[in-house]
Structure formats: structure tokens, C-alpha cells
Design a protein around this ligand. Structure first.
Ligand code: PMV
Length: 326
């Protein structure tokens, strides 16, 4: 028997980087998903194949054996193995082996939470295969713990969105809370295809902050105000205000040094193409940008981003977190 589960990608609408300094951030699940199919094996191995990354390997008795791929095979596949093992730890029958096949439409290392989506989908699929009823909270916990292995101390935004879907507000001191958003939030995601490291961008922002704290401090506070104002605009479905706030947010991210030429050129192309607003999403330095547009302008903005050299797709908010496909 094969079970397939899926989980969504995330975009940060407002507040990346400022969130590290205690301000709120807003993230939203989008309709790009990671799909994970699992089947039982005849042996006790946990075998993982990532079709989109072209990587495979298996874990046996706590050891990893790479099959296809490169030096990153272990790092990329380990969280998936850990998630599967954590589910197996809660399975009180005879030990079993599992084949895990990943087929994801989420761009990798682009700030869209592809790893958390894969891990959450794996957790749900394996538990269903073994006829276990894991609560959402349990799925989130397992996905979060597996994510910690590669990201150190992540905020938890990625596994929350992957598990629960929807829109969330996050603040370090208050944790995560769901936001009730009724309106459609039509986005275009543009990928610069430049890979970057979230960790080194956070370090660079820290340096700028520490060197010019009286200048950068107010920028961070202002970033927090944008997220607070945007919360109300999201709840009332005010797309014009959201677009303007995205543009202001982008200017602040530029000021702290996390935008670059590739991102700026996609952002400007999107605005010229008819977007209500555009900004980078996630850590910056490459990765993706997002643009907000009225439904009738989605195609022209998508084309404008493609012409400027980005890989673009239309994305819509999804309320569906991790779910069983069949
Ligand atoms: O690009 P991502 O998805 O890794 O997002 C990073 C967002 C930061 O605010 C820079 C860091 C964080 O943990 O919130």
C-alpha cells in the first residue's frame, strides 16, 4: 500500500529580519506543495529518494549510506530520516522499513520553506501508513525538531505553515498565532535562482545593526509598525494598503543591506508590470521576491518578472496544511 501526503510552501509577507530583533512578522501558506509517497519495505531500512534534487540514500541502524548525489546528500536527507524515525519511535509494533519518495514543486534554498514542507508531509505520510493517529501538534513538533537539525534555532514559522497552512503572525516574545484572513491575496513569486545562506545574511544585518544602532534601531521599529498595520489591512482585505506597505518594507530591507541587484530588478519589473507592491521574501541576498497584484494583472506581472530574468509563478493563499492525498 502506498500513502501520499503533501504540505505547503510559505512566503514571508512582512517583517523578515526585523523579527530577529523582536518585531512581528507575517507569513502565509501558498499553493505550491511538497508531495511525499511512502510504502513499507521488506527490510528495516528507511530509504529516501528525492526526485527533484536527484538525491537518494538510506539509513540503517542509525548510519547513513548515500546512493545518488553529492556531499550534500546527507545534510539534505537527514531531516526527512529523522522525522520518519521519530514517528517510528512512537510505533509500538514490530520495527519496519520504509521507502520515502519526495516529489516537490517548491524551489529549494529560496526561502519558501521547502525543507519544512517535505518533513511535515513525511511525518504525516509515515504515521498514516502505520495507521497511527498523530495530532497536528505532534506533527508540528516532529517537523520542528527535524528542522532544528539543519537550521539551528529557527523561529518555527516554516514548520507551522507546513503543518497548519493559513496565515500566521509571529513574534519572538508571543510565539505564533493564526490570523483570520478571508480575502484572496494574489501573489506572484519571482525566483532570482541565486542560492544564499540565511545564517550569513542574519550575521551581516547584526554587524550593520551593531555599527549603526541609533540609525538601524528605528528602521527595525518601523518594520514592526509595518507588520502591525499590515495585520489590519490583511483582515479587511485592503490590497492597495498591503501593496504600499510591501514597497515601504522593501525599502527598509534595502537599507539594512539584504536586497541586491537581482532582487531589485525583479521588484522594479513587477511594479512596472502593474503590481500593487513588491518586496523580497525571506532572508534576501537572492532567493525569491513576491509581488501583490489585482487578479487581472497577475499574468502581466508574471511576464514582467520573467522578462527581467526571474522564474515566476502565481501563488495563492492556502488554508490547507499537511494533508493526505490518497
Ligand atoms: O529565507 P528564510 O525562509 O530562511 O527566512 C529567513 C527569515 C529571517 O527573518 C531572516 C530569519 C528568521 O528566522 O526569521
Amino acid at each position: 500500500m502506498a500513502i501520499t501526503a503533501s504540505a505547503p510552501a510559505k512566503t514571508i509577507l512582512f517583517g523578515e529580519h526585523f523579527v530577529v530583533y523582536g518585531e512581528p512578522a507575517i507569513a502565509m501558506a501558498i499553493d505550491k506543495r511538497a508531495y511525499v509517497q511512502v510504502t513499507l519495505r521488506n527490510d528495516k531500512r528507511v530509504y529516501v529518494l528525492s526526485k527533484d534534487l536527484g538525491l537518494s540514500g538510506y539509513f540503517e541502524n542509525g548510519l547513513f549510506f548515500a546512493e545518488k548525489g553529492n556531499r550534500s546528500t546527507h545534510v539534505k536527507l537527514k531531516p526527512i530520516m529523522v522525522a520518519a524515525e521519530k514517528v517510528l519511535d512512537q510505533y509500538h509494533e514490530e520495527p519496519v522499513g520504509i521507502d520515502i519518495e519526495i516529489d516537490s514543486s517548491i524551489p529549494v534554498a529560496a526561502g519558501l520553506g521547502s525543507s519544512a514542507a517535505t518533513v511535515a508531509a513525511t511525518t504525516l505520510a509515515v504515521s498514516k501508513l502505520l495507521n497511527m493517529e498523530l495530532s497536528r501538534e505532534n506533527i508540528f513538533r516532529i517537523a520542528y525538531d527535524a528542522e532544528k537539525l539543519i537550521h539551528g534555532t529557527p523561529s518555527g514559522i516554516d514548520p507551522t505553515i507546513a503543518t497548519y497552512g493559513g496565515v500566521v503572525l509571529y513574534q519572538k516574545t508571543k510565539g505564533l498565532s493564526p490570523l483570520k484572513v478571508e480575502a484572496d491575496i494574489p501573489l506572484i513569486v519571482g525566483n532570482t535562482r541565486i542560492e544564499r545562506s540565511t545564517g550569513s545574511l542574519i550575521t551581516e544585518v547584526r554587524r550593520v545593526h551593531d555599527s549603526y544602532s541609533s540609525v538601524v534601531g528605528p528602521i527595525i521599529k518601523s518594520g514592526g509598525e509595518i507588520a502591525r498595520t499590515a495585520t489590519k489591512a490583511l483582515q479587511s482585505g485592503d490590497l492597495t494598503t498591503l501593496g504600499e506597505l510591501m514597497n515601504i518594507n522593501q525599502a527598509l530591507l534595502y537599507a539594512i543591506g539584504v536586497s541586491n541587484e537581482a532582487l531589485e530588478s525583479l521588484v522594479f519589473a513587477a511594479r512596472k508590470g502593474g503590481a500593487l507592491g513588491a518586496k523580497l521574501t525571506g532572508a534576501g541576498g537572492g532567493g525569491c521576491m513576491i509581488a501583490l497584484a489585482e487578479p487581472e494583472n497577475l499574468n502581466s506581472v508574471e511576464k514582467a518578472i520573467e522578462r527581467a530574468g526571474g522564474r515566476a509563478f502565481v501563488a495563492r493563499r492556502t488554508m490547507d496544511g499537511a494533508r493526505i492525498e490518497r
